[in-house]
Design a protein around this ligand. Structure first.
Ligand SMILES: Nc1nc2c(c(=O)[nH]1)N[C@@H](CN(C=O)c1ccc(C(=O)N[C@@H](CCC(=O)O)C(=O)O)cc1)CN2
Length: 281
């Protein structure tokens, strides 16, 4: 068996086109969705990601403002900027690119964003809303993974999903989203014993560790759906995920590639969240 690819680039393009249509409808009612993207420091990868976010939003018809600050910006100065954006009626979504410089407490910064503008879905209020099934913003990466599962018409009810990774921004919210669809969810992490024994039982595996080859072919049930959230570099410097793609695709039923899988969907779901923030305002 060779797995079918779940094409994140194609699904993201359809999602962006849908957002663009909804933005036009909102503009006709006099509202232009506004997104503020804050970058602190000169991390090269973050600079690329924020540029993409601004370009994506402009192409979909949103207003986006990119604020670049030096790495020496103090936490108090950053909190003051966020407070001003919280009050700005033209801004519906606020995003602080992570990671932040070490002298800034990322949790305090995230909690200072108004939950109504938390389009990254990282605020504790957004996490609580997800956990209790209340309306709120879902973090873009796991939200994008759910859209990828939906795109192949996958019925999660009663299926066993294994999430590898327990971060606040991917692993934990991913598990909650799968649970909300009535999957049986196992969360694995660095202290899990015999990871393969668990993944071999899984109908769906989401790998979100940030380490190459965490999932190999011998750890996969034939026909399983494999979602690869990882973004790593191999020995040749090429971008790769957490999954040993070439061997796992011989066993799995569906698989997401890296690049061209979850990454583009993360970007697309930010547009969806920002549009919805504006629609709710
Ligand atoms: N405030 C946030 N910070 C960070 C987030 C986030 O969701 N919110 N996630 C990551 C980085 N990230 C978005 O910010 C992100 C990274 C990569 C991609 C992507 O499309 N990757 C491409 C490949 C890009 C390349 O060639 O380098 C792909 O997978 O095809 C999207 C979003 C950390 N920080």
């Amino acid at each position: 068996m060779t797995a079918e690819l779940i094409d994140g680039n194609a699904l993201a393009a359809r999602t962006r086109a849908d957002v663009a249509r909804r933005v036009q409808a909102l503009k006709a009612r006099g509202v232009t969705p506004g997104l503020a993207v804050i970058l602190v420091g000169e991390d090269p990868a973050s600079q690329v990601y924020v540029r993409h976010k601004v370009k994506d939003s402009e192409e979909a018809g949103l207003n986006s403002v990119l604020e670049r600050h030096p790495a020496t910006l103090s936490e108090a100065e950053l909190l003051a900027r966020i407070e001003a954006l919280n009050r700005d009626p033209a801004i519906h979504g606020i995003l602080v690119q992570l990671p932040l410089p070490r002298h800034i407490d990322a949790a305090r910064v995230i909690e200072s964003i108004s939950p109504a503008k938390d389009v990254d879905g990282f605020h504790v209020a957004s996490a609580g809303a997800l956990m209790t099934g209340q309306p709120g913003f879902w973090p873009c990466t796991p939200y994008g993974c759910m859209k990828m599962l939906d795109s192949i018409g996958y019925e999660l009810r009663g299926k066993h999903a294994v999430v590898i990774g327990r971060s606040n921004i991917v692993g934990k919210p991913m598990a909650m989203m799968l649970l909300a669809r009535s999957a049986t969810v196992t969360i694995c992490h660095s202290a899990t014993q015999d990871l393969g024994a668990l993944t071999r039982q899984a109908d769906v595996v989401v790998a979100a560790v940030g380490k190459r080859n965490v999932l190999t072919a011998d750890m996969v049930k034939p026909g399983a759906v494999i979602i690869d959230v990882g973004m790593n570099r191999n020995d040749e410097g090429k971008l790769c995920g957490d999954v040993d793609f070439e061997t796992v695709r011989q066993v799995a039923g569906w698989i997401t590639p890296v690049p061209g899988g979850v990454g583009p969907m993360t970007r697309a779901m930010l547009l969806v969240n920002t549009l919805e923030a504006a629609e709710r305002s």
